[in-house]
Every structure is written in structure tokens, then in C-alpha cells.
Design a protein around this ligand. Structure first.
Ligand code: CTP
Ligand code: CA
Length: 225
């Protein structure tokens, strides 16, 4: 990666990345979560730092950490907490990349004590979490770049384009999990879709190489010249 280091294409840029899952507490010992490992977002953070950026990584609960000590890691548990940290950082951010698998809902009430097993089933009321990407995308200035991810199991392109416009992103990275890609895997295969709805498919490669391609696309095509 010496090529990227010497060119430092992101020198003087501040990058905000979300990664990993969120955990939404049900009671003191249980939560609602998902299988995100955070690998894709952590790779983006490491690569952006190698490219010379100042990087803030808002990271949900995962044992993985970036190897690059220059990445500022802000650990969070819940979507609300992740949203608060992103709000604090956004005004000073040039490039935001939302790679986290944010839980869409959280329990309406968190029980103070462990919920005891009783006869019959259990109903948990859920309320919607804030949509971090939607918020940042819809308040970005003309010089700020906001990139989202879309995780789809069907109608990928159509759904990803819908999210790109709704969340006012400059680029959306479509992920369709398969045997070699997705949660916990070291490789990924994604399609980048820009606001003109042009598609660029990045073939199966390591998450580091995907990260490099995404960041080079941003520096070459999305950052103000
Ligand atoms: N996202 C977010 N905050 C949320 C939910 C999603 O910032 N509360 C971001 C994700 O980090 C990702 C993008 O929005 O960059 C799309 O996430 P995804 O789960 O694919 O889309 P949703 O809008 O939540 O729609 P659905 O889950 O119904 O497909
Ligand atoms: Ca979602």
C-alpha cells in the first residue's frame, strides 16, 4: 500500500465511518442485534487513514478493532448512541461512510430486571430507531460527501437506488450477501451506484481491496475539485 501512502489523496480530509452492528437492550442481560462483524467498515477506516485522512470510526459492539493506531475509535452499543456520536462529528466531516448494520428498531421499554420466563409467549414492543444516514444525507452541505451501504437479499439494484435518493447519498454501495460475501467474511462483491444511477461492479475481492476501490472512487469522482 506504499502507493497510497506516498500519494496521500485524503490528506487534510476528515472521514467519519460507522461500522459493526448495534445492540438494542431488552433487559440487563439481553439485546436485539445482528450478525455484522464490522470488517467492511474497519477496512474502510484503516484504508482512509493510510490515504492520509483523519478518521473517526463510530463502532458498534464487535471484538474487532482497526490495526492502524491513527484511527480514532468511538465505541457505541445502540443506534441512538451511534446517532449522537455522528451528529457531534458531522459538521467537521468531509466524507461520511455509513457501513454499520444499524438495528432498525429498539425495544420501547428496557426492563430494569431480567425478564422472567412465564407461561405463554412474550411480546416485546419495538419502536423505530433514528436513521443516521438519512439524517446526515439530508443535511449535508454542497462540499460534504455522504456514502451509504445497502444490504439486500432481493431486488438489489432497485432497492439500493431507492435508498440512494431517499437518504440523499452521493453514492450507495450495494451488498448482496452470498457464500463468499457479507457478514463475517473476508471478501466482498459490491456494486457502486452514483446519483446518475450509473453502476460500477467490483468483482469478488478482499474487503481491504473493496475499501481501497470505494475510497479511490470518492477521491476521483465525488470530492469537490
Ligand atoms: N442506516 C442508518 N441508520 C439506520 C438504518 C440504516 O444509518 N437506522 C444506514 C446503514 O448504515 C446503511 C444504509 O442506511 O448505510 C442502508 O441500511 P439498510 O439496512 O440497508 O436500509 P434501511 O433503510 O434500514 O432499509 P431496510 O433495512 O428496510 O432494507
Ligand atoms: Ca435496515
Amino acid at each position: 500500500n506504499q502507493d497510497l501512502l506516498s500519494l496521500s489523496p485524503l490528506k487534510d480530509k476528515t472521514v467519519l465511518i460507522t461500522a459493526g452492528p448495534t445492540h438494542e437492550p431488552i433487559d440487563p442481560v439481553r439485546f436485539i442485534g445482528n450478525h455484522s462483524s464490522g470488517k467492511m467498515g474497519i477496512s474502510l477506516a484503516e484504508t482512509a487513514a493510510e490515504m492520509g485522512a483523519k478518521v473517526n470510526l463510530v463502532l458498534g459492539p464487535t471484538p474487532l478493532r482497526p490495526t492502524n493506531a491513527d484511527v480514532n475509535v468511538i465505541s457505541v452499543e445502540t443506534a441512538v448512541h451511534m446517532h449522537q456520536e455522528c451528529e457531534k462529528l458531522f459538521s467537521l466531516t468531509d466524507i461520511s461512510i455509513m457501513a454499520a448494520a444499524v438495528a432498525d428498531y429498539r425495544p420501547k421499554k428496557v426492563a430494569d430486571q431480567k425478564i422472567k420466563k412465564a407461561d405463554g409467549g412474550l411480546h416485546i414492543d419495538l419502536i423505530k430507531n433514528p436513521d443516521i444516514l438519512f439524517d446526515l444525507g439530508n443535511k449535508k452541505s454542497a462540499t460534504q460527501v455522504v456514502v451509504g451501504f445497502a444490504l439486500e437479499t432481493e431486488n438489489g439494484i432497485e432497492n439500493a437506488i431507492g435508498k440512494l435518493h431517499k437518504k440523499n447519498c452521493d453514492l450507495i454501495v450495494l451488498n448482496s450477501p452470498s457464500f463468499n460475501t457479507g457478514f463475517g467474511k473476508d471478501t466482498n462483491e459490491v456494486t457502486l451506484i452514483n446519483r446518475k444511477e450509473e453502476q460500477i461492479t467490483l468483482g469478488l475481492k478482499s474487503k481491504q481491496d473493496i475499501a481501497k476501490d470505494i475510497l479511490l472512487h470518492i477521491t476521483d469522482h465525488l470530492l469537490p475539485k
